[in-house]
Design a protein around this ligand. Structure first.
Ligand code: EPZ
Length: 421
């Protein structure tokens, strides 16, 4: 298994190109199930999770061609050969549940494995199922699979989510495009990935209003057509690389980055005394000469501080001049980076969903590992600032969501390499 070795202490200088958003692309790809015509996605990221979604769609009979080295995905669901999302694929990636809504809408039936829990929390899919039930689907849970049917087709409904769910919003949004009548999604997620999906669906002929707000209205249509859509920039990759110069020192231009994608995060970074400026080409981040100031954060659905940047921000705050309070409100077990950061000399106490970080003057390199994607990223960032050598193992977590992390960082002067085997 690959490892990443970081020798800390080198300030960064240069540019990092931000790729297409993993989480947007994972919702856009199943949208291809809604039409017989081709859907082409440009600016796709080349990541393990995208390959898993490709495998899942191919198992349903979707033709998927990865063009330009995987940067362009050409998807065509002329006819589907299966409506079964097998456990072997779903267990690898929870986003697999996103085929449920489109399959039901197009085929009137779907059998999808339940994803089960994962490292960061229990993560049920009850909101997805209840939303589709409200639209007329009949669900039966047998042997770990959801057997869903909508013999007369889905019909528009009012779907009021009790709390915000990105995935449930995406699933219901896709299903509603082909339902009979009007669907109103209340307390819908406002994440940029939802906006990107709605734009793509609209280009395919869907009638959608209100994406990016808490209420989305969808007028069902009889059929959708093909489209070409450019995947939006990855705001979590952007935020992760914004921490790199903040923690290692120096200045980096994040090409393609936009402040509106990471506004709450950028504001907290500035409160920690890191300079963030928006330029025509992207976001420039510079570590001021002084100390990192402690800041408090609490994760929240968009436009709040993203849970997917909590671990990376915590890494920065391990070196702040004082105490920071970090509250995780989205997932119940998303502090797995804490014991690993502690092995590098960080001082962090966790009580329930709150971590108190007491800044130290330096981190020390160590062998570390993490059991989820963003936690792995936080350890690479810690390595950039630590004295000596940090060896991050279980790099496959990182490869699910970051493309060529070692190349992007070493191009800016970081001493980082991947060791195979
Ligand atoms: C998406 O997951 C992202 N994944 C996650 O990114 C991200 O952390 C999360 O949104 C929150 O922003 C993708 O887009 C592929 P949710 P999703 O439904 O849709 C609970 C990363 O690192 N819930 O908004 O699964 C759930 O357990 C990842 O790239 C239910 O209880 O998240 C969680 O506590 C990891 N029932 C909360 O809601 C449901 O039916 C929010 O989850 C659905 C969710």
């Amino acid at each position: 298994m690959d490892r990443i070795i970081v020798r800390g202490g080198a300030p960064l200088s240069g540019r990092i190109a931000i790729g297409g958003a993993k989480n947007a692309c994972l919702a856009l790809m199943p949208a291809a199930l809604l039409t017989e015509e081709p859907l082409t996605l440009t600016n796709a990221p080349r990541l393990a999770d995208i390959r898993t979604m490709t495998e899942l769609l191919a198992s349903l009979g979707v033709e998927v061609a990865a063009l330009q080295g995987g940067r362009v995905l050409a998807l065509a669901a002329h006819g589907l050969s299966s409506h079964l999302a097998h456990y072997d694929i779903v267990r690898k990636m929870r986003a697999s549940i996103l085929v449920l809504g489109p399959l039901l809408a197009r085929e009137g039936r779907a059998v999808v494995s339940l994803p089960g829990g994962c490292a960061i929390g229990a993560r049920p899919v009850d909101l997805h199922l209840k939303g589709l039930e409200a639209m007329g689907a009949v669900m039966d849970l047998r042997e770990g699979y959801v057997h869903a049917e909508a013999p007369g087709g889905l019909r528009g409904a009012r779907v009021a989510f009790p709390f915000v769910s990105v995935g449930a919003t995406e699933n219901i949004l896709m299903a509603a495009t082909l339902a009979k009548g009007t669907t109103v999604l209340e307390n819908a997620a406002k994440e940029p990935e939802i906006v990107d999906l709605a734009r793509c669906l609209r280009a395919m002929g869907a009638h959608i209003e209100g994406e990016g707000t808490g209420t989305i209205t969808v007028e069902g249509v009889d059929r959708l057509g093909g489209a070409t859509h450019r995947v939006a920039p990855d705001r979590i990759e952007l935020g992760t690389y914004m921490i790199a110069p903040a923690i290692a020192g120096g200045e980096v231009l994040l090409e393609g980055g936009r402040r509106d994608l990471v506004a709450a995060f950028a504001e907290r970074l500035e409160a920690a005394d890191v300079e963030v400026s928006e330029e025509p080409e992207g976001l420039r981040v510079r570590r001021k000469n002084g100390v990192i100031r402690p800041v408090d954060i609490s994760t929240a659905p968009f436009p709040g501080f993203p849970t997917d940047l909590q671990a990376q921000m915590m890494t920065l705050l391990t070196l702040a001049d004082g105490k920071s309070r970090i509250e995780e409100t989205i997932f119940e077990n998303r502090f797995m980076h804490v014991p690993e950061l502690a092995r590098m000399g960080a001082r962090i106490e966790v009580e329930g969903g709150v971590a108190t970080v007491s800044g130290v003057s330096a981190l020390k390199g160590a062998p570390v590992m993490a059991s989820d994607l963003r936690a792995s990223a936080s350890l690479v960032l810690a390595g950039l600032a630590a004295e000596g050598e940090t060896v991050v193992s279980r790099v496959y977590h990182l490869d699910r969501g970051y493309e060529r992390v070692e190349e992007k960082l070493s191009a800016c002067g970081a001493r980082i390499e991947r060791i195979g085997g």
